[in-house]
Design a protein around this ligand. Structure first.
Ligand code: DX5
Ligand code: ZN
Length: 214
């Protein structure tokens, strides 16, 4: 069963309570929480205090995607603030640091995720896949919601699925950016386990929007 992770980047922040209630009633199992630092990407979003508040007011699993230059430095604060999954970018750190960070996340009893931008090949992750519970394929340049899906993500999902089987691993394949009913279906067909969707879901009735992706 596909996991739907609504991205709160597209939430109407003048009324979070009713949207969280709708998401909890919907078929969504995760909440996708985008952290941006204005350096790794040209935009700023939320920090650990907002995550803590979301954690308190929402029963969904907190899928934290950090688009930040120094994911190692902030891992503890986000894990302590309630991240269930901490996904950082391959492009932000060295391979050795990525392994160390994944081990630290897992040692804290949380799930470790690694993400690649549209121009990064999934092959660069093959030697470290066993350290991760999730691989996040970006299907837009990270930084903003509401962009158009890059179909190049489909081949990456297929390659990761193939490699997962080859190595006998169990990480989840997640895709993020430009997901709607059509592109979501294409991603699931290619092998995605988790669909992140922001503007598509929050532009309509949330419960119906989530259901339409299944
Ligand atoms: C983009 C973020 C996404 C974003 C997706 O950098 O990582 O999670 O919210 O938004 P949509 O679904 O609108 O493309
Ligand atoms: Zn994201």
């Amino acid at each position: 069963m596909t996991i739907i992770a609504p991205s709160i980047l597209s939430m109407d922040f003048s009324d979070t309570r009713s949207q969280i209630a709708d998401l909890e009633r919907s078929a969504a199992k995760w909440m996708h929480f985008d952290v941006m630092d204005g350096h790794f990407v040209p935009n700023l979003t939320f920090g650990p205090d907002i995550l803590k508040a979301m954690r308190r007011s929402c029963s969904l699993l907190m899928d934290v995607h950090v688009m930040i230059e120094d994911p190692l430095r902030y891992a503890d604060v986000f894990l302590n603030a309630g991240a269930d999954i901490y996904t950082f970018h391959y492009e932000a750190i060295s391979l050795q640091m990525a392994i160390e960070l994944a081990q630290k996340i897992r040692a804290a009893g949380k799930k470790a995720g690694i993400s690649i931008k549209p121009k990064t090949s999934p092959d660069v992750l093959f030697s470290i896949l066993k350290e991760f519970d999730l691989v996040l394929v970006m299907s837009v340049e990270p930084g903003f919601g509401g962009q158009q899906f890059d179909p190049g993500a489909l081949e990456k999902i297929e390659r990761l699925k193939e490699e997962r089987q080859k190595q006998g691993l169990e990480f989840l394949i997640e895709v993020d950016g430009g997901i709607n009913q059509k592109t979501g279906h294409q991603c699931v067909k290619a092998g995605a386990d988790v669909l992140v969707a922001g503007s598509y879901i929050f532009k309509q009735d949330l419960i119906e929007g989530v259901a339409s992706l299944l």
